[in-house]
Design a protein around this ligand. Sequence first.
Ligand SMILES: Cc1cc2nc3c(=O)[nH]c(=O)nc-3n(C[C@H](O)[C@H](O)[C@H](O)COP(=O)(O)OP(=O)(O)OC[C@H]3O[C@@H](n4cnc5c(N)ncnc54)[C@H](O)[C@@H]3O)c2cc1C
Length: 170
Amino acid sequence: MLYNKNMMLVKFQSIQYPVFPGGAIIGCSAGFLNVPKIKGTHTAMKSGMLAAEAAFGSLREGTSLKSYWETLGSSWIWDELHRARNYRPAFEYGVIPGLAICALERYILKGRSPFTLKHGKPDHEATNAARLHSPIEYPKPDGVFSFDVPTSLHRSNTNHDHDQPAHLRL
Ligand SMILES: Cc1cc2nc3c(=O)[nH]c(=O)nc-3n(C[C@H](O)[C@H](O)[C@H](O)COP(=O)(O)OP(=O)(O)OC[C@H]3O[C@@H](n4cnc5c(N)ncnc54)[C@H](O)[C@@H]3O)c2cc1C
């Protein structure tokens, strides 16, 4: 299923038409994060590859960058994001109903839900002008109760073998 520039038939959350004159939006900026997995490096890489191919065709053969949008629609990115589309808006109904809907999506429907949930309001209505807010002054880590990022990472005890096989395959 493909979606047009006017966003008709949109079945995904927060994905806009990503092509503009002379450029294209890829990765998380384009909304390609898989929310339930909190993974998006693979869709960022793949969408970058598809955009690069479209740009190459545009430069070499004069084809339109719009082919990026079309190849996205037939790539595994679309299948994956379609299966993940209901997780975030499920929480519009509250935490407990949201968890229940996510469990239904994950264990029973497995991405084949016949419905697409919607967010309560458009993204742009969830933000305000910066002048209406004050910058948050975060205290520097004190090394006792709060720590800088490298220290926190070290303390999380995350450990990878040097020759660990990559779990992502493109
Ligand atoms: C806590 C957390 C854990 C995650 N874990 C995983 C995981 O295990 N596996 C996985 O696949 N994904 C994971 N992700 C998601 C993953 O990080 C993102 O999907 C991925 O980084 C998106 O890549 P990107 O290139 O689209 O954007 P980004 O990696 O966000 O890169 C955008 C870059 O643009 C720069 N930038 C922004 N504005 C400007 C500007 N005006 N001028 C110049 N530069 C600018 C930013 O500084 C940044 O470097 C995680 C995300 C978070 C937050």
